[in-house]
Design a protein around this ligand. Structure first.
Ligand code: F6R
Length: 607
């Protein structure tokens, strides 16, 4: 949600804080701020809006000092103003916070009654005052921070800077992730490994309830019970290069074009190409011969789960229930005995998905995480995990993470089919072979960009767009509509093509284009009938199909986006590419902020 960085360094901190915040801006971009110690005194610069505004502030009034904290905000409590921007500070303490402090009102009233003066409308500011109250009582920084953190209810990742303390930085984590970076005589705190990636590859991830006390000599970690804890140091391979745009205009474009590689990497993790067999890692008690499964996620990750629902039912013959995490967690559903839960998440930190996972674990359901960010909370709390190997995804609209999720879920469907005896080895070989061809097919699908660009010029004028698909392409239509609305701000809806007559067809007129995801598969003729119904009512059809489909729709389609012919099993992966490009190029045409669309944040760590 919000991005956090903290530095105990040996070089000027302000430019390094900004450098880290650039990598974190994808988490939130309503405002940004930094604080450093100048001769032991806390000095801040903050600005509403994008990071560029903060950079201007710093250029006009630079900050000295080698110790500091920084923040990029996605607003929850209080508008994105300078006063509400982090760091929040007293003259003794500055803090940055990611998450929500649920009991902030009671704490704030208590502190106001004791004479503390608040400057913002945020829940976060109370943390700075609580710690200050401890210091005012004569406590040392560590005791004051621990005392304050123990009183906070809600979710938080925080970093704390103390006036007069050049060699102390304290971080605490409950509900929101926090990572510690180890440099050479320098230490770092970050809301994720990407934050500290410009400075070090050695990263330690704090666990729930941990408090880390950093000095330049290292970190002491206390667990939720206050006992000293050892946490493993990982080498973060995400690297700085993968979070640069390279020659691309936007991260989203770069990430769309990375998909041959990212799907290839993910697929080869789960298949033995030589034997054409799926090879799953140890799934720690998750019984793949189960009779049913639930698949939970939010947004795009949920749609990946919806595709997997079709695969698991068709390939493995099991009953699958998919749901949006925010609904599932409050439904209190019951589970069958031979069942497992799959939790799909790019960030591994989505609050609702995490809550759904915890609910399942409390009810003795084995859990399997399909997660992109290693060592994220969902990754660590699940019984077993199928990593997606998309690498850092910076564009707020998910693209390469989605196809990596599909890649892992496709392998899972084959593994479940084999475990249940529902799949002959010949059929497994055919499916694995098709999966292995996917990266090449995605490369082919990318060549449609010039054709899609021409269509995007037209689509950019639409007010409403309908996306239609059938079977496994219904979730792809839903994903196409989501992509378009989130980055181009054009209203779009995805429908199952067969559902159109039951209401939505009333929306059709010549100003409402229909985007149809329609490979020439077993359901093509059915979708063709639906296309005819829509075309007859004046809609301009943009049909995404293969050469055989193109021949069949040439008289009713206004535009055809050609996708390569492919095995029906992997078509959802291949057809994801044109729907992503269509949304991307339309948004570029409209001139919206593609990588940081309004109101959104990359990682939704609040409910
Ligand atoms: C849309 C998008 C979101 C995320 C959703 C879940 O492009 O990115 O819908 O898919 O917020 O996030 P993760 O996968 O991090 O759990």
């Amino acid at each position: 949600m919000c991005g956090i960085i903290g530095i105990l360094g040996s070089a000027p901190a302000a430019p390094r804080l900004v450098e880290a915040l650039k990598r974190l801006e994808y988490r939130g971009y309503d405002s940004a701020g930094v604080a450093t110690l100048e001769g032991g005194v806390i000095k801040r610069r903050r600005a509403p809006g994008k990071l560029a505004n903060l950079e201007r502030e710093l250029a006009a009034a630079p900050l000295a000092g080698v110790t500091g904290i920084g923040h990029t905000r996605w607003a929850t409590h209080g508008a994105p103003t300078t006063a509400n921007a982090h760091p929040h500070a007293t003259d003794r303490v500055a803090i940055v916070h990611n998450g929500i402090i649920e009991n902030f009102r009671a704490l704030r009233e208590e502190l106001i009654a004791k004479g503390h003066k608040f400057e913002s409308e945020t829940d976060s500011e109370v943390i700075a005052h609580l710690i200050t109250a401890g210091l005012d009582k004569g406590e040392k920084p560590e005791a004051a921070a621990i005392g304050a953190v123990r009183r906070l209810e809600g979710a938080f990742g925080i970093a704390v800077l103390f006036a007069g303390e050049e060699d102390v930085l304290i971080g605490a984590r409950k509900g929101s992730p926090l990572a510690v970076g180890f440099g050479d005589g320098e230490m770092f705190l970050g809301s994720d490994a990407i934050a500290v990636s410009p400075f070090t590859t050695r990263v330690m991830f704090l666990e729930e309830g941990d408090i880390a006390i950093l000095s330049r000599a290292g970190a002491k970690v206390l667990d939720a019970d206050g006992a000293v804890a050892q946490r493993q140091i990982h080498i973060f391979s995400g690297g700085v290069a993968s979070v640069e745009k390279g020659n691309h205009r936007h991260f989203m474009q770069k990430e769309i074009y990375e998909q041959p590689e990212t799907t290839g990497r993910t697929i080869t993790r789960y298949v033995n190409a030589y034997d054409e067999r799926v090879e799953m890692p140890d799934l720690d008690g998750v019984d793949l011969a189960a009779d049913n499964a639930i698949i939970i996620g939010c947004g795009t990750a949920h749609y990946a789960g919806r595709v997997a629902e079709y695969w698991l039912e068709q390939i493995a013959g099991i009953t699958v229930e998919t749901d949006i995490a925010s609904e599932f967690r409050y439904r209190k559903p019951a589970f069958g005995k031979k069942s497992f839960g799959v939790f799909v998440s790019q960030s591994g930190e989505t609050a609702d998905t995490l809550a759904a996972l915890r609910y399942c674990k409390e009810n003795a359901l084995k859990t399997l995480a399909v997660v992109n960010v290693p060592e994220s909370t969902i990754w660590r709390e699940a019984d077993a995990r199928l990593p997606t190997l998309a690498g850092p995804e910076i564009g707020v609209a998910s693209t390469k993470a989605f196809t990596a999720q599909l890649s892992a879920l496709a392998a899972l469907a084959i593994a479940v089919g084999r475990a249940r005896g529902a799949l002959s080895s010949q059929e497994e070989g055919r499916l694995v072979h098709a999966l292995m061809e996917t990266p090449r097919l995605i490369t082919d699908a990318l060549t449609a960009e010039p054709q899609i660009e021409a269509i995007a010029h037209e689509l950019a004028h639409a007010r409403d767009v309908l996306y239609l698909g059938r079977g496994v392409h219904y979730p792809i239509a839903l994903e196409g509509a989501l992509k378009l609305k989130e980055i181009s701000y054009i209203h779009a809806e995805g429908y199952a093509a067969g559902e159109l007559k039951h209401g939505p067809i009333a929306l059709i007129d010549e100003d409402t284009p229909g985007v149809v995801v329609a490979p020439h598969d077993a359901l093509f003729e059915k979708t063709l009938s639906n296309m005819q119904e829509v075309a007859a009512r004046g809609a301009k059809l943009i049909v995404i199909t293969d050469p055989a489909g193109a021949a069949a729709v040439k008289d009713i389609a206004k535009h055809i986006i050609l996708a390569p012919a492919c095995d029906a099993f992997v078509a959802p992966l291949v057809y994801s590419v044109p729907i992503q490009l269509l949304a991307y190029l339309t948004a570029v045409q409209k001139g919206t902020d593609v990588d940081q669309p309004r109101n959104l944040a990359k990682s939704v760590t609040v409910e």
